[in-house]
Design a protein around this ligand. Structure first.
Ligand code: GLU
Length: 352
């Protein structure tokens, strides 16, 4: 009798667990899917329109202060959007691997914050616009923090110096591995870019020694510049870059692998820094007209983040005077306007 009661109870428990499972799975799924991720057909159409509209735009000029960059085909053009629910929209030369350059600064910042926490990184680097060129030694002398912020060269080299590791090689491997986890696939160094930049990076070396004068670099200055030069020479294609951005948009969780790569509590700090200094001296105009945190690199890439929704990445090498890809700015402006992404607009979260 007692045995029968126990087995009936066990059956009941098993039935409860079984019936709860589909609900648990649905709850888990809906937790991962953003309620504001855009509709597939709309994004697809807008990305195609943008490609057609801007593909023949030839304004701007490749960066040439790093000799390799001057030789990259200036007609290359790719657009990719990755949403927080991992839909991928891509058109053009989206598989071409270009050097990530300054966009890397965002992700080394995220790694340093993972290791040290946001407060410590803020104390050691700061986050103020410099009002000067991204590689300005005058900013290092003039700014009370000297480092300025993690997205100008001085602040970025200091951020590299914060990453833990017994040797420069260990730090570099850690950074490369971290970028790969943010992208959801392994990334590799473009050796030719690294060699080209390492042979010409005297300005960055000077910045590192200036930082040492103010005790604002936290490891060997030249070794830090070398690791920084390598991180700028990492190859990404437009889709990989868009997924790196989507990881930020998705609160630090890579939408493809599901891994929490960046701490969720750090994401808002990272995006605020991008909004303030992501497009060099064009950051104010960008916030005014597009209203999305973004980061550009002299290799011709820009990635813009729509928090909760996704990221847009564009690659097109010719740059404007400020060092931002001309076509990438136009495309992101167009796409984010059509998708109503401007963060500063209440209508972007459906408030009429
Ligand atoms: N590696 C480049 C430099 O240090 C990065 C510049 C950039 O993309 O803004 O000059």
């Amino acid at each position: 009798m007692i045995t029968r009661k126990i087995s009936t109870a066990l059956l009941l428990i098993a039935a409860c667990i079984a019936s709860a499972l589909p609900y648990a799975a649905i709850a888990q799924q809906s937790k991962n899917v953003s309620p504001v991720a855009p509709r597939r057909e709309l994004v697809e159409a807008v990305v195609r329109e943008a490609y057609q509209k801007f593909k023949d735009d030839t304004s701007g000029k490749n960066a040439d202060y790093i000799p390799y960059l001057a030789k990259v085909d200036s007609k290359l053009f790719g657009i990719a959007v990755v949403t927080t629910d991992n839909q991928v929209f891509a058109v053009g030369d989206v598989d071409y691997s270009f050097s990530i350059q300054s966009i890397s600064k965002v992700f080394t910042l995220a790694l340093a914050m993972n290791e040290l926490g946001a407060d410590e990184v803020f104390k050691k680097i700061g986050s103020e616009p410099t009002g000067r060129a991204f590689n300005s030694p005058i900013a290092v002398v003039d700014m009370p923090t000297h480092t300025g912020n993690p997205l100008v060269n001085a602040g970025a080299i200091a951020t590299v110096s914060l990453v833990s590791g017994a040797t420069a090689d260990e730090k570099w491997n850690k950074i490369l591995d971290f970028y790969g986890r943010v992208a959801g696939e392994k990334l590799v160094l473009i050796d030719e870019v690294y060699k080209s930049e390492a042979a010409t990076n005297t300005g960055n070396k000077a910045l590192s020694y200036l930082l040492a004068k103010y005790d604002r670099i936290y490891a060997d200055p030249f070794e830090s510049v070398d690791v920084y030069t390598k991180q700028c020479s990492v190859g990404v294609n437009t889709k990989q870059l868009a997924r790196m951005g989507a990881t930020l948009a998705n609160n630090g969780v890579n939408p493809a692998t599901g891994e929490q790569v960046i701490k969720s509590e750090d994401v808002a700090h990272i995006l605020s820094t991008m909004a303030m200094a992501g497009l060099y001296d064009g950051s104010g105009g960008w916030a005014w007209s597009v209203g999305l945190p973004a980061k550009s690199g002299v290799g011709g890439g820009i990635v813009a983040i729509a928090p909760g929704k996704g990221a847009i990445a564009v690659f097109a090498p010719p740059l404007d005077e400020a060092g931002n890809s001309v076509k990438a700015q136009k495309v992101i402006d167009y796409v984010s306007e059509k998708l109503n992404y401007n963060l500063f607009s209440p209508s972007s979260v459906s408030l009429k």
